[in-house]
Ligand binder design. Sequence first.
Ligand code: KPL
Length: 319
Amino acid sequence: MKVVIIGPGALGCLIASSLAIKVDHPLRERLDLDLWLLDHRPERARLLNDNGLVLEEGGRQKTCGIRATAAPEEIGPADVIILCVKSMQLAEVLQQAAPLFQPDSILLTLQNGIAHLGLLKDRQKMPPVVLGVTAQGANLVGPGHVRHAGDGLTRIGFVKQASFSRSLLLAKTCNLLNYGGIETLIVDNIIDYVWSKLLINTGINALTAIERCPNGALLELPGALETMTAALREGEAVARALGIQLTNDPVAATLDVCRKTAANLSSMLQDVMHGRPTEIDSINGEIVAAGRKLGIATPVNEELTRRVKEIEQAYSPGA
Ligand code: KPL
């Protein structure tokens, strides 16, 4: 099975290194895996290809080899393509990835937020989409060096009914991820999980980016819990109006994630710290946009969106 992970960010490096370590394992002949990492930056792809990936877990570091490239033609048609890029990079990445697509491929997307749903729906000439949401915590320490900051379940599922052969391929993908230590489950109602995770990100990401604190600090910061709860209740109202069956109570679930990933820096805080564009439009911004269409007021999400955009605008040029 040829598997290509696109995007050497924190999650991409976590999945790639978790699988690559198994490829390096003495039983590798039994593991039918042809693993690649696709980057859009040729110089970084060369670096990762030459030096491998470093996975830091529980204070220990493991290095593993990886075939990394910026040329999709070098990889050729693949069975499974795992998209680990930010939602705002998705349109460009899908164009770059076209040489990987073959009639039987599947495309697994692991983006935060929901902006990618519209984009994937409108696209032609693309393999069937498997949506994924993950509760894995990962921080990128440097190029190809990832720190595993917390385990959590990954759920994956087709958006539309899939053929038997593709369902089989998804089952193989799920097994492979589990074998690599990324605990994964196939679900029928993936949209409900995507929305439930969206709400968790709505409650945590913007606030941690604004307050510049790890996830767990939101439990103690004066006023943070009130803002978080209000943002989540607005998101819940929007989700319910859209007929989404949330899989949990969003406030309880978000508090639980804050506790379990207490030391983790949210992906949005990491973006802000590095002066990178954030996913605010795909997270709180999507709640605001959907609320507007439905006539549901979302003032707290509006304010969080505005404040994160203000932070982005204040990045120093060239950062
Ligand atoms: O998904 C996350 C993120 O940082 O984007 C959470 C769940 C908030 C963990 O940090």
